[in-house]
Design a protein around this ligand. Structure first.
Ligand SMILES: [Zn+2]
Ligand SMILES: [Zn+2]
Length: 349
């Protein structure tokens, strides 16, 4: 048996060595020897080894590089520590304010004025803190959509300085929007709570338009300043302005449709049902509240009828609301953040 096997093996290794000679790749010989030791199927066995070795080397390289990357990260954190802590703190306070505000809006006519005044004071105190930390001047310029043109400090602003000033300004505007919502909640009579929820959505949508305008001067002048060469600088700054314009048009459209529906008392997903339509439906009981319908609304999509109050609060519960009876989509243009909260997502660019 062994005597028969060895000539075959010899022929096999001959074939392999000629293969190796024609390949003449560095390191290929070692791998061929490994494959031969495993007694595997000749030339094909060489292939899987190659990526695995490179993967291994890559993993080793990453392992070597990791401590230095961590070191760089620590340097970055140390340099921007105050900013990062302040940003986290201000976002946390806003998150907390959102929770309180949602609770008050849910209470409707039973809302607690004391809690709302306290909330307003909390927001004002945070804004005052930021202003006292010496950002009042720059913030005023930014809010008026002016890049601090001509100031000697401007030429030295790096990408993180621009990002930081944009972030703070955006946070302050969100605090302002929240304050406006708190004031609305205090001032609006309880009977108008339905419209109050829609005005929250309008405040948020209009605020988003303004917020997307705010970083434009800072990033535009940064691009012009930083990019080498006048032509490529103008090109990049121009493309920035173009995609910002597209964003603004889209956001402006949303805000306008919310504003229109608020002013005109429009329903976006149906119309008030007539007496005949109610008779045709054969049932004057609302499927949501199980009582006789108040101000019945006929849905455009599926012709199901519900109380106005019931279907409005139903549609506000989800971003993509559907008919509670047949799951047909309800064209909801009420907008987001009708619960009185303010977005925690910053506008970075
Ligand atoms: Zn109902
Ligand atoms: Zn339906």
């Amino acid at each position: 048996m062994g005597g028969e096997g060895s000539p075959e093996r010899g022929a096999d290794s001959d074939a392999r060595s000629s293969d190796r000679a024609s390949n003449a790749s560095p390191g290929g010989g070692g791998r061929a020897a490994e494959a031969g030791g495993g007694g595997g199927g000749g030339g094909e066995a060489l292939l899987p080894g190659t990526p695995r070795t490179e993967l291994h080397a890559g993993a080793r390289w990453l392992e070597d590089a990791l401590p230095f990357v961590l070191l760089l990260l620590l340097v970055f954190l140390q340099q921007h520590l105050l900013g990062i802590v302040a940003f986290c703190w201000l976002s946390t306070v806003l998150h907390n304010a959102n929770i309180r505000m949602r609770r008050q809006v849910m209470l409707k006519e039973a809302r607690e004025l004391g809690a709302l005044v306290l909330l307003a004071l909390l927001l004002v105190s945070q804004v005052a803190m930021v202003l006292l930390l010496g950002r009042a001047d720059a913030l005023g310029q930014q809010l008026l959509l002016r890049a601090m043109a001509g100031s000697p400090a401007e030429a030295e602003l790096g990408v993180f300085d621009v990002l930081w000033s944009v972030l703070v300004c955006d946070l302050m505007v969100r605090y302002g929007l929240m304050l406006l919502k708190v004031c609305l909640t205090v001032l609006v009579p309880p009977s108008a709570f339905r419209r109050l929820r829609r005005s929250f959505a309008l405040v948020e949508a209009a605020g988003l338009c303004y917020r997307s305008l705010l970083p434009m001067p800072a990033w535009y002048s940064w691009l012009l300043r930083t990019v080498q060469g006048r032509l490529s600088g103008s090109l990049l700054a121009g493309s920035y302005l173009t995609f910002k314009l597209a964003q603004l048009v889209e956001r402006g459209r949303v805000a306008a449709s919310i504003g229109r529906s608020l002013l005109l008392h429009q329903l976006h997903f149906g119309k008030y049902a007539t007496q005949e339509e109610l008779l045709e439906a054969g049932d004057d009981q609302c499927a949501i509240c199980q009582e006789q319908m108040l101000r019945p609304v006929l849905l455009d999509e599926c012709s199901h009828i519900f109380c106005e109050e019931c279907i409005l609060s139903w549609s506000e519960r989800a971003a993509d609301a559907t008919c509670p009876l047949c799951r047909a989509p309800i064209a909801s243009a009420i907008g987001s953040h009708t619960d009185g909260s303010t977005t925690l997502l910053p506008q970075l660019f």
